[in-house]
Design a binder for this molecule. Structure first.
Ligand code: FES
Length: 245
């Protein structure tokens, strides 16, 4: 291995062929601007064509390339390899507590099933406007951040409550629920609160902040969950008509 090279230690696992995951080392030559995703492509194209990982946009937008990089959940396409050179092997493994499809690619089925439960879409108010719904800057402010969620799954994969309770909606789905609950154009806040205050909803959150720590978009699912707890609590006190956005 030449000076300046970087060894990637990649967790390999093919559920159809392997009994247990194992580590495999590959050496890459970092170049300026090289990301971890670029390094994985270097391996795929020149060293081992069987390596599996997921990607799409290569620009931190689609959320497909989330994995554990150097002990922390990050997006491979946004993580520069230069910061790891000279610091030992760079360990790469799939998102924790998700079924592995192969190597670094995990199965998002359960993640998206939980997302679907919170109605991740706007239910507009009738009568529907002839053109667009108008929102003031002030009305838009509460959803400015949550709307940026790219559904990479980093938060839910890092949440210990989601690890121990597979029914728990988890931070990503709850943040999505908040995104519509706080949207002045939405018409079903009570229906949304019914979903998130259930057995598998906001009260399962133990405010550990793991989701905040790993979010590549610097979002704050924990804060959104706390705000929904307040909304749910107020509704208990004042009844449905007391629910305010
Ligand atoms: Fe789309 Fe990384 S490839 S976020």
């Amino acid at each position: 291995m030449a000076e300046g090279d970087l060894t990637l230690k990649v967790q390999r696992f093919d559920p159809t062929a392997d009994k247990l995951p194992y580590w495999q080392s590959f050496t890459v030559k970092p170049r300026p601007g090289m990301t971890v995703l670029d390094a994985l492509f270097e391996v795929l194209n020149h060293q081992d064509g069987t390596l599996s990982f997921r990607f799409c946009c290569r620009a931190g937008v689609c959320g497909s390339c989330a994995m554990v990089i150097g002990g922390k959940v990050r997006l491979a396409c946004e993580t520069q390899v230069a910061q790891f050179v000279g610091k030992g092997d760079l360990m790469l493994s799939p998102l924790p507590h998700q079924p592995v499809v192969k190597d670094l690619a995990v199965d998002y089925t359960h993640f998206f099933d939980r997302l679907k439960k919170v109605k991740p879409y706007l239910v507009g108010k009738e009568p529907y406007p002839e053109k667009e719904y108008i929102q003031s800057t002030k009305e838009r402010q509460p959803i400015n951040d949550p709307i940026d969620c790219i559904l990479c799954g980093s938060c839910t994969s890092s949440c210990t409550m989601a690890w121990t309770n597979s029914d728990y909606l988890g931070p990503a789905a709850l943040l999505k629920s908040y995104r519509f609950l706080a949207d002045t154009r939405d018409s079903v806040p009570d229906e949304r609160l019914d979903i998130i205050e259930g057995e598998s909803g906001v009260w399962r959150c133990h405010t550990q902040f793991n989701c905040v720590e790993v979010c590549p978009k610097k979002l704050n699912p924990t804060e959104a969950i706390q705000k929904m707890k307040i909304k749910a609590f107020k509704r208990k006190l004042f009844g449905r008509r007391g629910t305010k956005k």
